[in-house]
Design a protein around this ligand. Structure first.
Ligand code: TXA
Ligand code: MG
Length: 341
C-alpha cells in the first residue's frame, strides 16, 4: 500500500479515507497517533495489526469536543471540570462507559474507556470532518519509542497505512497524562505534561503511586505491562550529573563499538568529548526538561539509525513534574537499568 503524506490543507482527503475505514496517522501536541474510526471493527483491528500491539491493550478515543464524550459515557462533574481546565490538551480521562456504546476492540473489553481532545488544530478539524471519534494509539511499532515526527511514523508504518497527516514535530514529546476517574480517589495511570499538582486544585488529591504490575496480575492501564520505548541498544541511565564523566570513561574501556550519549548541552560540553574519534556518538536533549521531553524519543530513534551503537548512556533528571514523565519513559527504555560505579 502506498502511504500518502497529507499536509494540513488536505484534511478533507484524509477524513474521507478514515470514513472509508482506512488508517490515517494524525498529529497531536504529544506524539503522532494511529487513527481509525471507532465504529468499524475491521479498522480498529487493523490498528492493532499495523502496530503489532497486543489486543488486550485498550485504545484512546479522540474527540473534538467534550460533548462528543457524552455519547459514550455518563456526564460526570469531575470530568467536565478537567475538560474545562485542560482540553484541548495532553490529558486523557478514563470514565465508565454507557453499556454497549463502544466496540470491545476499542476498550479491550473493559467497562471503561479513555477519552482525549488533543490540542492540534489539524487533528480537531480531521475529527470534525470525519464526524465520529477516532481511536489513536501512538503511531509506532509496538515496543518502540513513540513517534514525534511524520518521518518517525513513516519509518515504522510506511506501506502499512493509507496516510499520514503531517504537521511537523510535536511540542510536548511525551504521551498524555492518563487520569482514571472511574476509581476513588482518582488515579494517575501514566504521568505526563499535566501533573498531580495541576489536577489537585480541580478534583482534589489524586493517587500518583505508579502501579507496578506483577506477573499474572491484571494491570490498571493494560499498556503498562508491556516493554516500551526500547531502542535496539542497551540504555543505561546516569542518575547523577557528577557521574557522567566516570560513566563515559568506564564504558569506553569496555566497548569497542561507539558509545551513544544522550545528554543535555551543558553535560555534553563538560564531557569534552572527542567526537572525531568515532568512539562516541552524541544526541542533545537541549538545555532544559521541556526540550528533553520533546527530544527523548527522537534521540532514542537516532541511535536505532546507528546500529553500531550497543550502549547508550542517557541523562537522568529529578523525578518531579515533567521530570517524572520523562523518567517514566526513560526507565522503560532502559529496562530499569542505571549506570553503577
Ligand atoms: O498522547 C497520547 O495519549 C497519544 C496520542 C496519540 O493521543 N496516545 C497514546 O495512546 O499514547 P496509547 O494507546 O499508546 O496509550 C494509551 C494508554 C495505554 O497505556 C492504555 O493501556 C491506557 O491508555 N488505557 C486506555 N484505555 C484504558 C482504560 N479503559 N483503562 C485503563 N487504561 C486505559
Ligand atoms: Mg503507545
Amino acid at each position: 500500500m502506498e502511504t500518502k503524506i497529507f499536509n494540513t490543507q488536505e484534511i478533507s482527503a484524509a477524513a474521507a479515507l478514515l470514513r472509508q475505514g482506512e488508517l490515517i496517522s494524525f498529529p497531536t501536541e504529544t506524539v503522532y497517533g494511529l487513527g481509525a474510526v471507532i465504529n468499524r471493527e475491521a479498522s480498529v483491528k487493523a490498528v492493532y495489526q499495523a502496530k503489532g500491539r497486543p489486543s488486550d491493550n485498550p485504545l484512546i478515543v479522540h474527540v473534538n469536543s467534550p460533548e462528543m464524550v457524552w455519547h459514550y459515557a455518563a456526564k460526570n462533574a469531575a470530568a467536565l471540570a478537567l475538560m474545562k481546565a485542560f482540553w484541548p490538551g495532553p490529558l486523557t480521562i478514563i470514565l465508565p462507559i454507557l453499556p454497549g456504546s463502544l466496540l470491545p476492540c476499542v476498550t479491550g473489553g473493559l467497562q471503561t474507556a479513555a477519552f482525549r481532545m488533543p490540542n492540534n488544530a489539524a487533528t480537531l478539524a480531521l475529527i470534525r470532518e470525519t464526524g465520529i471519534p477516532i481511536v489513536g494509539p501512538s503511531a509506532n511499532t509496538s515496543g518502540k519509542p513513540s513517534p514525534t515526527t511524520a518521518q518517525h511514523v513513516y519509518h515504522d508504518l510506511g506501506g502499512k497505512i493509507a496516510g499520514i497527516l503531517d504537521d511537523g514535530p510535536t511540542k510536548v514529546g511525551l504521551e498524555s497524562t492518563v487520569i482514571d476517574l472511574s476509581v476513588q480517589p482518582a488515579a494517575i495511570l501514566r504521568p505526563g505534561f499535566i501533573n498531580a499538582d495541576d489536577l489537585a486544585p480541580i478534583i482534589g488529591p489524586v493517587e500518583t503511586e505508579q502501579h507496578h504490575v506483577k506477573k499474572d496480575e491484571i494491570p490498571k492501564a493494560p499498556g503498562m505491562k508491556y516493554k516500551h520505548y526500547a531502542p535496539s541498544a542497551q540504555v543505561l541511565i546516569v542518575a547523577n550529573q557528577s557521574d557522567f564523566k566516570a560513566a563515559v570513561a568506564q564504558e569506553l574501556t569496555q566497548q569497542t563499538a561507539p558509545l551513544g550519549i544522550l545528554a543535555f548541552d551543558q553535560q555534553l560540553a563538560q564531557l569534552k568529548l572527542d567526537t572525531n574519534s568515532h568512539q562516541v556518538l552524541t544526541y542533545s536533549l537541549g538545555d532544559n526538561i521541556t526540550t528533553a521531553a520533546q527530544d527523548l524519543f527522537a534521540g532514542l530513534r537516532f541511535f536505532d539509525d546507528h546500529p553500531q551503537v550497543k550502549v547508550i548512556l542517557a541523562a537522568g533528571v529529578a523525578e518531579q513534574k515533567l521530570g517524572l514523565a520523562y523518567m517514566n519513559r526513560l526507565k522503560k527504555a532502559a529496562g530499569g537499568q542505571f549506570y553503577q560505579k
